[in-house]
Design a binder for this molecule. Structure first.
Ligand SMILES: Cc1ncc(COP(=O)(O)O)c(C=O)c1O
Length: 367
């Protein structure tokens, strides 16, 4: 199989798997137990927290492990949104949009921030939101469909100067571009393990020390009392290992992905009627979303599947819903053109030969 859907999920790295295995078999203790068997698990969680902290430049105590990016986003919004309401960009992942809509239904005013044709938030949208003074603004660092990267540092500077708290969903950016929490200047940041060659079902919310976290899961005192529930030790260990590897290999991965993406875009651009979405935006080195005039993206996805090639026709979570991608619609793309979209998201193990084969297959299927 040629796997070009790394923004949906990544295969687990063998080194991550090896690090996890002892915590699925030998070290099955509860990290809250005081005897040696439990303490070994607690130490492993502490080590993973340090590995992740090193990748994003924070203190380990600023990390709350969660069940994934979705829970981290829900926790962020529940923590910061309330009284004065919230604003989220129109191209956010459903795990931000849906809790935002839920908060709106509970009486908290919600503003959707417009994006331009390249998926970036224009300055006038930031100016407008500043005048509304919500409690929280949530803007993703990189979009899961187009790969468009937002200038969080620039927005956070302005929003913070007006006392507005900032959350960024950095799930897609982590491991693909440098992610330095302090440099971004956000108060909260969401991460996910399975997008960086770690296991599924594990993520983290990173918080700035001044933020008073409001837990959404109540129970035991795990994760400083901010996220109750016995820790998923093996997954956390895997996330930590994946973070360690991402830090070590980031530059190499970035260069490899960019080389492949350049080759891919070059080949695709030779096709008639092809549009690269968010073309003018700075984008993740692994992501290309294209529309091909007169082609149904979902149909092309199925035909490529027959050839053993896995791509997405939009965000993975939206797959199956026969509607134009809300991200592309928010960028002002005509819904018919948006339905022609396919997303190719490359990974560290992909090769030039796979890219060349993909271009050949797309050409023959769309002729
Ligand atoms: C931008 C973004 N945020 C959040 C999530 C949700 O992360 P998880 O699958 O870990 O819940 C995803 C997953 O696709 C994503 O792409």
């Amino acid at each position: 199989m040629i796997y070009f859907d790394h923004n949906a999920t990544t295969p687990i790295d063998d080194r991550v798997f090896d690090a996890m295995l002892p915590f699925l078999k030998t070290f099955y203790g509860n990290p809250s137990s005081l005897y040696r068997h439990g303490r070994a698990c607690r130490s492993a969680i502490d080590a993973a927290r340090e590995q992740l902290a090193a990748l994003i430049g924070v203190q380990p105590g600023q990390i709350i492990f969660t069940s994934g990016g979705t829970e981290a986003n829900n926790l962020a919004l529940a923590t910061l949104a309330p009284q004065a309401g919230l604003a989220v960009s129109a191209t956010e992942h459903p795990s931000v949009i849906e809790p935002a809509l839920h908060l709106q239904s509970m009486g908290h005013p919600l503003t959707l921030l417009d994006v331009d044709a390249n998926g970036r938030i224009p300055q006038d949208a930031i100016d407008e939101v500043i005048s509304l003074k919500p409690s929280l603004v949530s803007i993703m660092l990189a979009n899961n469909e187009t790969g468009a990267i937002q200038n969080i540092e620039h927005y956070a500077d302005q929003l913070k100067a007006h006392g507005i708290k900032v959350h960024t969903d950095a799930v897609q950016a982590l491991g693909k571009i440098p992610v330095d929490f302090n440099r971004l200047g956000a108060h909260l940041m969401s991460l996910s393990s399975h997008k960086i060659y770690g296991p599924k079902g594990c993520g983290a919310l990173v918080f700035e020390k001044s933020v008073a976290i409001k837990p959404i899961l109540l129970g035991g005192g795990q994760e400083q009392g901010f996220r109750a529930g016995t820790e998923n030790v093996a997954a956390i260990v895997g996330f930590g290992k994946a973070a360690e590897l991402a830090k070590l290999e980031l530059a190499e991965r970035q260069a490899h992905l960019l080389k492949l993406r350049t080759l891919l875009e070059h080949g695709l651009r030779a096709m008639p009627g092809l549009t690269v979405f968010a073309e003018q935006a700075e984008r993740l080195p692994n992501t290309v979303q294209v529309g091909i005039h007169g082609i149904d993206g979902e149909m092309l996805l199925m035909q490529l599947d027959q050839k053993g090639i896995a791509v997405s026709s939009g965000s993975a979570c939206a797959s199956g819903i026969r509607e134009a991608s809300p991200v592309l619609v928010a960028m002002g793309i005509d819904p018919a053109q948006a339905k022609s979209a396919i997303r190719i998201s490359l990974g560290k193990a992909n090769t030039e030969a796979e890219v060349i084969e993909f271009i050949k297959q797309v050409n023959s299927l769309t002729r």
